[in-house]
Design a protein around this ligand. Structure first.
Ligand code: ADP
Length: 415
């Protein structure tokens, strides 16, 4: 695994370019973040591989027992297109460390880097048959994994809709263990005492990073009434200055959406937002950059209500829903009024407020005065319809392990 990580580091440019070609992701980000941090994920779990152990149990006076943590078996990883490299290693690294064999099915939009990683795994000396990449479409290749009788676990990241299908197929076949990391509609709550510039920057990055194609995007921003006007002015200024264009250009901050389907879906949501009566502050249109590419303007809607489609559904694009609130209780209630529970952000200098809100929100990750702060040791996953099970951290390692109890008579066998 260490050698695999080194090989990734030696091929950063090429790997980043593959993800940019496939997904329209920023080449600069791939090079600086996605690819090197994935090599680090491999190293983190490589370090854990020889620290997997069970417990000695007291059991009773007659028996001595201990637990063994064994590999769960063959794992199927089904991953999405928005972070082809990060997702690949979030799934593969802990499963390798746990001693599993696996099949990875990358999203049909983004198979290139996964195939390259299969090649690097071979060069690194990972034995044939341990890490297998099968490209293909969801309803065929993906479905075959979910219903296979010899696959012991499936780890899925994607839409809530497909998550249901995965779970159903697992239940109807061999009851394989399922973990699901699904959609999100994450709230960012900005309180009156926040620094305006910092809060506006967080709100902006929270929705525009990776062109909004990120499951933890802060797609709902709640701003307290005392800071609202200043914050919105700053946010709109920043959104207007945001540079959209060729993802290989180092000056560009937002590339094209992944494909035509996603592009059209985002524009349809923008039309819904206009029709439902939200106020369009900026953006709202496709960007015709030389007539090529599925670019969408950074788009901000204000006066968004929780029952509007743009506040309820995961858009997966650069579309922000803003709303004003008065009290902390109102903010908590509105932030929680979603079927999702993946992440949330809080901007305040008041520790009491930060502590109260972070314990009141039903979401798997809470960021206080920051956003998108991930770490290999930080478990990541959802509450509610954002799924269950955790990627990252030692929790992810245990997802790929079985626990066996072994019992021995202490003295004479009673039988
Ligand atoms: P997104 O909305 O991000 O495209 P999807 O949930 O459609 O997310 O896709 C995520 C992954 O799930 C992809 O690898 C896709 O091929 C796969 N997938 C789609 N449909 C199915 C299915 N019926 N069974 C298993 N996997 C599927």
């Amino acid at each position: 695994m260490m050698k695999f990580a080194d090989l990734i580091d030696q091929n950063v440019e090429e790997l980043a370019a593959l993800d940019t070609l496939d997904a329209g992701k920023l080449f600069s980000m791939g090079k600086a973040v996605d690819i090197p941090s994935s090599a680090d994920t491999l190293r983190y779990y490589a370090g854990a591989a020889d620290k997997i152990h069970g417990d000695v149990l007291k059991m009773s006076r007659e028996f001595h027992a201990y637990t063994l943590h064994e590999p769960i078996g063959v794992v199927g990883h089904i991953i999405p297109w928005n972070f082809p490299t990060t997702m690949f290693f979030l799934k593969v690294s802990p499963a390798l460390a746990a001693g599993c064999t696996m099949i990875v099915k990358p999203a049909e939009q983004t198979p290139l880097s996964a195939l390259y990683y299969a090649h690097l795994a071979k060069l690194a000396g990972i034995p044939d048959g341990v890490l297998n990449v099968v490209t293909g479409f969801g309803p065929t290749a993906g479905a075959a994994i979910c219903s296979h009788m010899d696959i012991d676990a499936v780890s899925f990241t994607g839409s809530t809709e497909v998550g249901r299908i995965v779970m159903k197929a697992a239940a109807e076949s061999n009851l394989k263990v399922v973990s699901l990391e699904l959609g999100g509609k994450s709230p960012l709550i900005i309180f009156d005492d926040a620094d305006v510039d910092m809060a506006a920057q967080l709100a902006l990055i929270g929705i525009l990073y990776n062109k909004g194609e990120i499951c933890v995007a802060s797609s709902r921003v709640y701003v307290q009434e005392g800071i609202y006007d200043k914050l919105v002015k700053k946010l709109v200024e920043k959104a207007k200055a945001w540079v959209v264009g060729d993802p290989f250009d180092p000056k560009v901050q937002q590339g094209p959406q992944v494909d035509k389907e996603q592009f059209e879906k985002i524009l349809t949501y923008i039309e819904h937002g206009k029709r439902e009566g939200a106020t369009l502050l900026t953006g709202g249109k496709p960007l015709a950059l030389g007539g090529k590419g599925y670019y969408v303007e950074p788009t901000i809607f204000a006066e968004v209500k929780e029952d509007m489609l743009i506040a309820k559904d995961e858009i997966f694009g650069p579309v922000l829903a803003l709303a004003k609130f008065k009290t902390i209780d109102e903010a908590i209630k509105r932030a929680n009024s979603t079927r999702y529970g993946l992440a949330a952000g809080i901007v305040t200098k008041d520790l009491n407020v930060a502590n109260t809100v972070s314990r009141s929100l039903r979401a798997g990750t809470i960021w206080i005065n920051c956003y998108f702060a991930f770490g290999n040791d930080c478990p990541f996953g959802g509450y509610k319809m954002s799924g269950f099970g955790r990627d990252s951290g030692l929790e992810a390692l245990h997802k790929y392990l079985q626990v066996k109890s072994v019992v021995t008579p202490l003295y004479n066998s009673p039988w």
